[in-house]
Design a protein around this ligand. Structure first.
Ligand SMILES: NC(=O)c1ccc[n+]([C@@H]2O[C@H](COP(=O)([O-])OP(=O)(O)OC[C@H]3O[C@@H](n4cnc5c(N)ncnc54)[C@H](OP(=O)(O)O)[C@@H]3O)[C@@H](O)[C@H]2O)c1
Length: 351
């Protein structure tokens, strides 16, 4: 099978680096263009502050960083881990110019004709793309991935909503430094500290989960009624957001069947055996002290793509549950999750 040519916009950033790491030797994609802003015109190996693995993959080190403009991109599909304030207009330009755009930025996530996807949860929302193209007069389209914290939460809520029904969800997060991009939070602010505020993060988590679990017709996506309350904190871990969840269910629950529902959850990417699909999207640990970011961030058959859950127990009664989850924010929560959606889109002939 001929590989699709892909571009990575903002390739020097935290998420951009993770894209290049995951796209080296990818069976369906070959990276044809990388773009940036301050690094334009430079050799990638000289421009990037590479921190996601030991070495920059050799096939990318000598590539020249291009301006983030459709006319400078030669690709069948574009990955966009651009800062949100840039992504709004830049992604529209690319879609207008005929590119399918897979975005990690928040700029277009909440627009009703833009799918906000997790590959195992709501691929059906792709049905709005035809209307998006028609009403905006675009030859290309925009598909978005959620905020990194949202990804772990919504993925775990999906099997519980299907089996037990959900009333409300309360989540407290402990989020890794890489979630703030590079160079991120100043060392003197975060060392020996917890920062109990991440700008716009709580609003994103609350609204995005509702959209992902919502329903669609051919024209738009309508959010679910699920009530969600989030409190988000920055902590001094490198990668992997930990989330402490309390939720109430419509039906009574038994812990063994909750564990079973999470452990056995799989979906379309697993059935299609897509290259970036982990065999188990959700891993449940039985130990009392797991998951932990340091131990669990690369868990699963595709490292960093499984959400790890632990300490599942009842809350106040048998219609309430509490547990902890850990999601790798730049892999499942960004580049890896978006590559998985792109694999589906290409396999289905949408590109
Ligand atoms: N970090 C995470 O865990 C995470 C998870 C999910 C989603 N996201 C989202 O993904 C996006 C990228 O995040 P990040 O953490 O990778 O950010 P980052 O480390 O700050 O990287 C930003 C990238 O965008 C480029 N850029 C900046 N201004 C630009 C402009 N005006 N035109 C073109 N390119 C420009 C930079 O290129 P130069 O170096 O050339 O200036 C750099 O490559 C954000 O929207 C973020 O919200 C991040």
């Amino acid at each position: 099978m001929k590989k699709a040519k892909v571009a990575v916009l903002g390739a020097t950033g935290m998420v951009g680096q993770q894209y290049l790491k995951l796209l080296q030797n990818h069976p369906m994609f070959t990276v044809s263009t990388i773009t940036g802003d301050k690094s334009v015109g430079k050799r990638y190996g000289d421009a990037v502050n590479w921190i996601v693995s030991e070495n920059i993959p050799s096939e990318f080190a000598d590539m020249e960083v291009q301006p983030t403009k459709p006319s400078r991109v030669d690709a069948d599909l574009v990955f966009s881990p651009l800062p949100s304030e840039v992504a709004g207009s830049a992604e529209e330009e690319f879609a207008k110019s005929g590119f399918p755009v897979m975005s990690d930025a928040s700029a277009h996530r909440m627009e009703p004709d833009v799918p906000l996807l997790i590959a195992e949860v709501n691929l059906g929302h792709l049905s709005v793309i035809e209307e998006q193209k028609r009403s905006r007069k675009w030859d290309g389209f925009i598909v978005t991935s959620p905020n990194c914290t949202t990804v772990g939460l919504a993925l775990v809520l999906k099997p519980l909503a299907d089996k037990f029904g959900l009333n409300h969800v309360i989540v407290n997060t402990m989020q890794a430094l890489s979630g703030a991009g590079f160079p991120g939070v100043p060392a003197l602010a975060i060392h020996d500290n917890v920062i109990p505020y991440i700008e716009n993060e709580e609003e994103k988590v609350e609204t995005e989960v509702s959209k992902i679990l919502g329903s669609q017709n051919k024209k738009m996506i309508a959010p679910s009624e699920l009530a969600i309350s989030a409190s988000c904190h920055r902590v001094a871990t490198l990668d992997g957001h930990f989330e402490s969840i309390y939720l109430t269910t419509e039906k009574d629950t038994v812990i063994t069947s909750v564990t079973e529902a999470l452990r056995t959850f799989s979906s379309i990417p697993q059935q299609m055996k897509l290259p970036t699909a982990p065999t188990q999207p959700i891993i449940v640990r039985d130990e009392v002290d797991r998951p932990q970011p340091r131990l669990d961030r690369y868990a699963g058959s595709v490292p960093g793509m499984s959400v790890v859950v632990g300490r599942i127990r009842h809350g106040l009664d048998s219609k309430s549950l509490k547990f902890g989850i850990m999601v790798h924010n730049t892999i499942r929560g960004a580049a890896g999750g978006t590559i998985l959606i792109a694999e589906y889109i290409v396999e289905k002939g949408m590109v």
